[in-house]
Structure formats: C-alpha cells, structure tokens
Design a protein around this ligand. Structure first.
Ligand SMILES: [Zn+2]
Length: 432
C-alpha cells in the first residue's frame, strides 16, 4: 500500500506532498497511491513514549500490549517503551522477549521493553541486565518504575553495569522513607483535606543523589516524571556540570494541580502526585528551555475496581497515550506564545523534539524521531491543529477508563498515523 499525502505542512519545508511507499518516505511518481487530503494538517515524526505501562503480562483486564498499542497509535505514537512492573516482572530475557514479541504481533507501534533494575522490583539485587540487553528485545533502558531504586549502592552498581553497553537507568525518584502513607502532594491542600503528604523533597533528594552518582560513574541517568520546581533546579545544576542526565515530564504534571484532589475523585490520584500551580509553571518553562528533555506519558491504565473506590484505596495512575499531544498543546499554549487558531502559535519543532526526536535518541530507537525526508522510515503522524475535541472516556481504545481529562475540551487531533508506511490510524480512527 502506498499513500500520497497532499498539501500537508512539513517542518522546515512548508506545504508539501508526501509520498509513502515501501515503508519509507519516497520520491517520484505517485502511481496508484491512496490520496489523503491533508490540507490544514501538520506532519510530525511519529511520537515516541519513553514511559508506558501496558500491563501485559499479568493485568490484561486493565490493558494488553495490543489495546495499549492501539491507544498509542491514536495518540500519534509510533513507538512506546513498556515499563517493567508487569506480573511477572520484566526482569529476565524471557519476559522482555515476550513483551517485544506481543508488540510485533499487534503491529500498531514498535514496543520496546524496559527491563527491571532489580529482581522482582524488590530493590535488593540486580536483575539480569546483561541477559536482557543481549536478548532479542535488545533492552537499553532499565527501570524499577513504580518503585525507587532507593539503595545508593545498588543504584551505583546498576549505573556501572549499563555503562558498558551505553544503557540508561531510568529512576522513579521517590525517597520511600519520606513518602510513607502519602496520598497527595504535601502542602496547603493536603493540610486542608487532612491527607498525608508526599513532599517535593522526597523527589528532589533522590534526583540530587542520582545525578552525583551518574557523574561519579560517568553513566547515563534518566529521571522519570519530574514533578517539582526544585527538581528542575537540581537538573539545571547537573546539566551545567555536564552530567549525562535526561529528564521527562508527564502531560498531567504540565496541566493539572493538587487542587483537583479536593474532588476526592481518585482519577486524580497519581504518583508522583499533582503539584502546585507554581510547580506546573516551572515544569512548562523547563520543557521549553530543555532542562526537561522530553514529554513521557506514564500511561497507567487501571481496572475499575482499582480506581472507582475511596481515594485512600485507589491505585495511583492515569491514562495518557491518546491525550498527550492535546494536553501538551494546551499546556504550552495557555501561557507565553499561545496556540492560535489553526495552531498558528504552536512551536511544532519544539513538539517534535520533546515528543519524538529526543525520546527516540534516549531510547536508541534509530528508526523513529527522524526528519520527514526522502529515504527515512515512514513513521509519522498527521495532526489537525485547528480541531478541538471533548474527551469521552467511553471512546478510548484503552481497556481502562481512568482519564483525568473526561469532559474537558482540548486542542488538536491526530488524524492519521503510519508505522513503516502502514496506516495504523486514518480519519482519526484506528485502522485495525
Ligand atoms: Zn513512576
């Protein structure tokens, strides 16, 4: 199947016709290509998510590799990195190969497994990092996400181990002794609601420790879901020193604040928790500036019984794949610059960098995050910047319904996505 995408806006090139043939961006005659009228649409390299929970194996009632992949494609993604906190945990070559194979079978996005740092995420001894790296899944990123690698000696050894093959340790930065029983951000709102707080310093202290460890070892550190203004300052300092550290922010930490907890609706319960408006402003500025390198969704589907219960019992986490681009457009548009009608004020190059090129570089996914130019793999997405859509959880391709944006109207809509030249989304709908 070949496609001729007519009149689409391409970064740095203005309006152009794009021919997709044999899995790549092609040149020359269109022949019998299917024509897509893309007037008013923007072409971006397919988005890459460094932080996705696909829940398979183990919690297929919440999500599967296939349903999560479909949600990703609908969100404009062509690659996702699947977190290791499945059941069994992805801490062996066998499990990461299983996830990799399921991703290939679904064929909707490239699923790149992340391996656990420690056996069973227990934080006691290193998992088989080398065996996962040399497996068919070729794991490059390791994370105990959901848990912090709290033991500094273990963290140091993990950084040392992955240095040999240019691997990355992705840290869920949370000093566990400072967050025991925590239910939301520690601050004014938590005091008012009488809920135990999760202090900003629990994140900042681990990031400070880990950037020093990464500097000492000379290895690569990636910081998951940065959520506080103080963390931004620690990262700024580390980057100025030349530490090999990268960082991500989630869409929800760019848009929502801890005030949402006053509803007691557990859909707003997430880890790290929603922070203050001042934190949100600092995160937006850090993303624009590059102190935070990428947006990653932390897509965390949960079954109804784990979410529709009292706040204190609910599992933390939110859906993110299908709404990420719209939330980022909204967050970056609502201050400084502004997303004008038709996306006129949007810095598309910044979006492409933070949501595709940089995450692809960090993950070593060389087929993704490429400029849309002849010869490049046809991994791309077409966005309608003028569209606005009301978020209806019932329409989600995810098996779960825990979106915090239900009922909100957000800018931008993914109209088509292509993975190696095959359409996964057309007319805003999943193809298969
Ligand atoms: Zn996490």
């Amino acid at each position: 199947m070949s496609f001729l995408i007519k009149g689409v806006s391409v970064l740095g090139k203005g309006k152009a016709d794009l021919l997709i043939r044999d899995g790549v961006i092609a040149e020359g005659g269109a022949g019998n290509a299917q024509v897509i009228d893309a007037d008013g649409l923007v072409a971006l390299p397919g988005l890459v998510d460094l932080h996705t929970h696909l829940r398979e194996p183990g919690r297929e009632d919440a999500e599967t590799v296939e349903t999560g992949s479909r949600a990703a494609a609908l969100g404009g993604y062509t690659a996702v990195c699947a977190m290791a906190n499945t059941s069994p945990v992805a801490d062996t070559a066998g499990v990461v190969e299983q996830v990799y194979r399921l991703g290939r079978e679904a064929g909707l996005v490239d699923v790149q497994p992340i391996g656990a740092v420690t056996v069973g995420l227990a934080g006691e001894r290193l998992a088989e990092l080398g065996a996962m790296a040399t497996s068919a899944a070729q794991v490059r990123i390791f994370s105990d996400d959901g848990h912090c690698v709290a033991d500094p000696r273990l963290m140091r050894r993990a950084l040392e181990y992955v240095k040999a093959f240019d691997g990355v340790i992705a840290q869920h930065a949370e000093e566990p002794r400072l967050t025991e029983g925590a239910q939301m951000h520690e601050g004014e709102v938590a005091t008012r609601l009488g809920l135990t707080g999760w202090p900003a310093v629990a994140e900042e202290a681990i990031i400070a420790r880990d950037v020093l460890l990464a500097e000492h070892v000379g290895s690569r550190l990636h910081v998951c879901h940065v959520s506080t203004a103080g963390s931004v300052e620690v990262l700024r300092h580390a980057k100025a020193r030349g530490v090999k550290v990268t960082a991500e922010v989630t869409p929800h930490h760019l848009l929502l604040t801890d005030e949402r907890a006053t509803s007691y609706d557990p859909v707003f319960k997430v880890n790290p928790p929603l922070r203050t408006a001042a934190d949100v402003e600092a995160l937006r500025a850090a993303l624009r500036e590059g102190v935070i390198d990428i947006v990653a969704t932390d897509h965390a589907p949960h079954a109804v019984e784990d979410k529709e219960c009292e706040w204190g019992y609910a599992r933390p986490g939110m859906l993110g794949l299908e709404t990420a681009l719209s939330v980022v457009l909204d967050a970056l548009g609502s201050s400084a610059g502004g997303a004008g009608a038709g996306g006129a004020g949007v810095d598309w190059d910044l979006i492409a960098e933070r949501m595709s090129r940089a995450p692809a570089r960090i993950a070593g996914l060389t087929e993704h995050g490429r400029d849309i130019a002849p010869g490049a793999p046809a991994n791309l997405t077409l966005v309608d910047p003028a569209a606005r859509r009301r978020i209806d959880p019932g329409e989600s391709a995810s098996r779960s319904r825990n979106t915090p944006y239900a009922g909100m109207t957000l800018p931008g809509r993914v109209m088509a996505t292509f993975l190696r030249g095959e359409a996964t989304v057309l007319d805003g709908k999943a193809v298969k």
